[in-house]
Design a protein around this ligand. Structure first.
Ligand SMILES: CC(=O)SCCNC(=O)CCNC(=O)[C@H](O)C(C)(C)COP(=O)(O)OP(=O)(O)OC[C@H]1O[C@@H](n2cnc3c(N)ncnc32)[C@H](O)[C@@H]1OP(=O)(O)O
Ligand SMILES: O=C([O-])CC(=O)C(=O)O
Length: 378
């Protein structure tokens, strides 16, 4: 009998083969389909990047224009979905709303044709188009407002900010937001993508795939950390309190949010770009007192945990950018989900190409031959 070594959290265990993205965690390299994240952030845009991730090559001008047009055409939300959302408690977390709405979309498109490229394309378009609308709608509905319709004249990023904040965004702010979407779009086989792939491997529908990935992204060890970072900066309150906060975390074995990564043992390249984006936002729209605390935190963690490979991850600086964009704190993870939908869909499509159901093994640690004792005798 083969005995396999158990690795907690599947650390270092290859669970798939993929050509979608690449991470070198020692050198701090991230590539989407072979192109460096820095080049995509400075020269591409989210929809072009989404196309690249999903179809494996950059679109030409006509392909990009028709992809954008299809997405813009499908941005409106079904009124039954917004009616459903109106029945959700306003105090609920927007990630729970998104998970429910993504799954509910499957009710409208229940005829499945996973081997038909037209079906795949329609699902990709619908999900990329409707996820932002569903995220923004929850924000408006919980404020007692009616969701506003997407604006056909606004770009993907600008339209989301418009639907969320009920006013047209500054073009520079919309550009920065688009870069944030590009940065968060894909990251190899992280927890939510793995979840998407496991779900996809059962040949269920793509709405269930995205719903399960949303549920996984929500946790504070994954995408939910971005929200926790801002709550932590608020709790710290001033630069002077940083050393004591770090000592408290270390003493109580409490994770410092936005730090550490399974793969990166250097600063996450996306964190470096997000930090620069935050600085650009501060230069244009005014400073943020939490930035000084964040800088002090990064410096103190580097000194205090030197040699442990604990550096800022993608979730550390994103919230500082989002604050300046007027995005509420509990919307940071849904915004991450808008972007990561591209990566999840790329993996869904790749998984279907060479599918085998995920069914790993376990090492049983329980008992055998335990006699049954009737309840009245226990
Ligand atoms: C989009 C994303 O998902 S990015 C990640 C977002 N998550 C966070 O920011 C939450 C905080 N970070 C963490 O919890 C972890 O670093 C994770 C979940 C990202 C990675 O977890 P793992 O690879 O399982 O690392 P693990 O938790 O085993 O940590 C390894 C060691 O580093 C320490 N460590 C890791 N992250 C941190 C942290 N944020 N603060 C303090 N210590 C840390 C652990 O205490 C552990 O130390 P030990 O060996 O002395 O016990
Ligand atoms: O790769 C990971 O484990 C987490 C991460 O950074 C991401 O999903 O963007």
């Amino acid at each position: 009998m083969t005995v396999y070594e158990y690795r907690a959290g599947l650390e270092g265990v290859p669970a798939t083969q993929s050509s979608i993205s690449y991470v070198d965690g020692q050198k701090g390299i991230l590539e989407y389909r072979g192109t460096a994240i820095e080049d995509l952030a400075s020269q591409s845009n989210f929809l072009e990047t989404a196309y690249l991730l999903i179809w494996g090559e950059f679109p030409d001008a006509a392909e990009l224009a028709s992809f954008e047009a299809e997405i813009y055409e499908h941005r409106r939300m079904k009124y039954r979905i917004s009616d459903m959302m109106k029945s959700f408690p306003e105090s609920g977390h927007p990630m729970d709303s998104l998970q429910a709405c993504a799954a509910a979309l499957g009710l409208f498109y229940s005829k499945r044709a996973l081997d038909d490229p037209a079906y795949i394309r329609a699902a990709v378009v619908r999900l990329l188009a409707k996820v932002p609308t569903m995220v923004a709608a929850f924000q408006l509905i919980r404020k007692g407002h009616d969701p506003i319709r997407p604006r056909d004249d606004l770009s993907y990023a600008a339209n989301f900010l418009y639907m969320l904040n009920e006013k047209e965004p500054d073009p520079f702010a919309a550009h920065i937001f688009d870069v944030c979407l590009t940065l968060h779009a894909e990251h190899t086989i992280n927890a939510s993508t793995f979840s998407a792939m496991v779900t996809a491997s059962t040949l269920t529908d793509p709405y269930a795939v995205i719903a399960s990935a949303v549920g996984t992204l929500a946790g504070p060890l994954h995408g939910g950390a971005a929200e926790e970072v801002i709550l932590m900066l608020e709790e710290i309150g001033s630069v002077d309190h940083v050393p004591a906060y770090i000592e408290h975390c270390l003493e109580h074995r409490q994770k410092i949010m936005g730090f550490g990564h399974r793969v990166y043992k250097v600063k996450d390249p996306r964190a470096s770009i997000l930090q620069k984006l935050a600085e650009q936002m501060f230069d244009k729209f005014g400073q943020d007192k939490y930035y000084d605390i964040a800088i002090a935190l990064e410096k103190t963690v580097a000194e205090r945990l030197a040699g442990k490979g604990i550096y800022p991850n993608v979730d550390f600086y994103s919230g500082l950018v989002y604050r300046k964009l007027g995005i509420p704190t509990d919307m940071y993870t849904p915004v991450f989900a808008i972007s990561r939908t591209a990566g999840w869909l790329a993996h869904w499509k790749e998984q279907l190409g060479e599918n085998r159901i995920f069914r790993p093994t376990q090492i049983y640690t329980g008992m055998h031959q335990v006699p049954y004792i009737p309840v009245e005798e226990r």
